[in-house]
Design a protein around this ligand. Structure first.
Ligand SMILES: [Zn+2]
Ligand SMILES: [Zn+2]
Length: 287
């Protein structure tokens, strides 16, 4: 059983890959099951239903019209319609699951509650991510630039913990040490955030939620897995069992990327199974 539980398509503002290309590539690679997890980031992106969508690459920047990407969340009705179409066309060759990646903030929780209520019957899987705090996106360094390394690392894990205390309609915590990818100073010593991370993992386990191993660490050139091996091991030691494998691929190039490496590392740490989801319920497969 080979899966990829973190895949983006042109329904995400930062991808221009048609869903069908991702599906075809996954079939080519021999994946048995994939889950699409396009982006929703309330606070920094609008819903299509709000209208007046802005585009990246506009405003005097010379880019081709078709290269402009809308700064918007998933167009939900079109997304779920396209997923149905893909299942009809390719369902005999690959299992396709319906997910979303919630880029949450403590101040946007109500919007996700509303969204989940509206689409709960469509969803197999939800990634809980923190990509921004106070509408300051990590990839633009807005949050980090105003703080010390200690402050933005602790602030990041604190935000995740607070969200988890108040919001339970998710499946796994995505790229749990994401802040490492956008740390202008370099990797903050794990020991300094270990207690915070342990509390997050304990709460996830108590709530029957999981984590993912996000294989984009390889193409970003990080010096460890994402999350790092210490977190994977801590999760295992605390009794964590729910773990998905995802490439976070935004184009066909990264579908199923470093899958075998992820499996090997999980086995080395002592995991014997990994996880998939149907209608938000976990299913286990042998590694
Ligand atoms: Zn993410
Ligand atoms: Zn993602």
């Amino acid at each position: 059983m080979k899966t990829d539980y973190h895949l983006h398509t042109e329904f995400s503002d930062d991808s221009s890959e048609p869903m069908e290309n991702q599906v075809k590539r996954a079939i080519e690679l021999g994946l048995d099951e994939i889950c699409f997890t396009d982006h929703v980031d309330y606070g920094v992106k609008k819903d299509w239903s709000e209208g007046n969508i802005e585009y990246r690459g506009g405003d005097g920047i010379a880019v081709a019209e078709n290269a402009r990407t809308p700064i918007a969340n998933v167009d939900y009705p079109r997304y779920f319609e396209q997923l149905q179409k893909m299942k009809k066309l390719y369902g005999d060759r690959i299992t396709i699951k319906q997910g979303l990646e919630f880029g949450m903030q403590t101040m946007t929780l109500d919007k996700y509650r509303k969204l989940y209520d509206e689409y709960r019957d469509e969803l197999d899987f939800v990634l809980l991510s923190v990509h921004e705090i106070d509408n300051k996106e990590f990839w633009l360094y807005g949050y980090q630039n105003e703080r010390t390394q200690k402050e933005y690392n602790e602030g990041y894990y604190n935000e995740i913990y607070q969200i988890m205390q108040q919001y339970k309609d998710y499946s796994v915590l995505a790229h749990l040490d994401l802040i490492v990818r956008y740390d202008p100073i370099g990797r903050y010593p794990f020991e300094k955030v270990e207690d915070q991370v342990a509390e997050i993992l304990k709460l996830a386990i108590k709530d029957n939620k999981g984590i993912e191993i996000n294989t984009s660490s390889w193409h970003y050139g990080l010096d460890d897995t994402m999350p790092c091996r210490q977190i994977l091991k801590l999760y295992k030691d605390l009794g964590g069992k729910i773990i998905t494998i995802g490439s976070d691929g935004h184009s066909t190039r990264y579908v199923g990327d470093h899958y075998e490496d992820a499996v090997r590392i999980l086995k080395d740490i002592g995991f014997t199974q990994f996880t998939g989801f149907t209608k938000m319920k976990s299913e286990f497969h042998d590694l």
